[in-house]
Design a binder for this molecule. Structure first.
Ligand code: GLV
Ligand code: GLV
Length: 321
């Protein structure tokens, strides 16, 4: 059967797929497969190994009458029309679990970078402006002992809470459902969204992107945050009203933001948020640790082997969100 792979992946990952199927792989690792070519190649494809930069929508399904499996090399699947896939009997796989620690690490890297002003501090040396040690020179808020508020207590949220416990942080969380085990093992406290926004020094957004979470953090939410609050987003940019975020950062209504994701990716150096010194921005690298990405790629390839053999996918997406 024919498998279309929309990014170049290592040979070792595709070994089994190639033994069993005909693989058409896009030649670039860091360039999106052109839409025209993708729509052409899926015409006779049975499976698609995709990622968060491809829009897997009705248009694509219409072009791909034989499609049986869509396997994304990501935990998030907001780029995939799940409902439409279900109607057409197409199985959708994603890669939860294997990227939890790497993404929690990156989330914590942003917490530390924003709290202690790492990027600005390094700039001081780059610009040759380091004159002396000073009693209050380049001081920032504490991380240890501060209050962290985690919005979205899934796997990654819990892994962030685990790290926060190591920093003796006071851990608050808000989630659709209570996580009694996390409360017991990590000392996390379930609070309302309002209480979380009002009390947290670090507001960390880790909710999936769904119609319900679209722009869930906007003017009204920022207005409730402390003036010293640091906002971290390592989930999806669409969960935030970016114009409101720009406003509260530019007029210093909140202290800083650490962002790995944006409404429209990639952003450029001209993006309004990039003009602000209290923004630490990263190019969507939450899971970008080598072993993690190898595991994600292998899991995505395995899902196609499973699906084309008529088996259930090990990590199948059953519903939206
Ligand atoms: C990355 O953002 C992912 O969803 O895996
Ligand atoms: C993703 O793995 C999540 O559930 O947080």
């Amino acid at each position: 059967m024919k498998v279309v792979v929309t990014r170049k992946l290592p040979d070792s990952i595709l070994h089994q797929l190639r033994e069993e199927h005909e693989v058409m792989m896009w030649k670039h690792e860091n360039v999106v497969m052109p839409r025209d070519l993708l729509l052409e190649e899926v015409k006779d494809a049975d499976a698609l190994l995709t990622n968060l930069t491809d829009n897997i929508n009705v248009e694509l399904y219409e072009h791909a009458p034989n499609l049986k499996v869509v396997s994304t090399m990501a935990v998030g699947y907001d780029n995939i029309d799940i409902e439409e896939a279900r109607k057409r009997g197409i199985k959708v796989g994603h890669t939860p679990g294997v990227l939890t620690d790497a993404t929690a690490d990156l989330t914590f890297a942003l917490i530390l970078a924003c709290g202690r002003g790492l990027v600005g501090a390094m700039d001081v040396i780059r610009k040759d402006e380091w004159k002396s040690w000073g009693p209050f020179y380049l001081t920032g808020p504490e991380v240890s002992g501060a209050t962290i508020g985690i919005i979205g207590m899934g796997r990654i949220g819990e892994a962030v809470a685990k790290r926060a416990a190591g920093f003796s942080m006071n851990i608050l969380y808000h989630n659709r459902s209570r996580k009694k085990e996390a409360e017991a093992t990590l000392g996390a406290t379930y609070v309302s969204m309002d209480e979380l926004l009002q009390k947290s020094d670090y507001v960390v957004l880790l909710a999936p992107s769904t119609p319900e979470t679209n722009k869930m953090i906007g003017r009204e939410q920022f207005d409730q945050m402390k003036k010293t609050a640091i906002f971290i987003n390592t989930s999806r940019g669409t969960n935030v009203d970016e114009e409101a975020l720009y406003d509260v950062l530019s007029n210093q209504q909140i202290y800083a933001a650490g962002l790995d994701v944006f409404e429209q990716e990639p952003i450029s150096a001209n993006h309004p948020l990039m003009s602000l010194s209290n923004v630490t921005a990263l190019p969507h690298i939450g899971s970008a640790a080598i072993n993690t990405r190898m595991k994600m790629a292998q899991m995505a390839a395995d899902h196609i082997v499973e699906g084309l053999a008529g088996r259930n996918l090990s990590h199948e997406v059953k519903r939206k969100g």
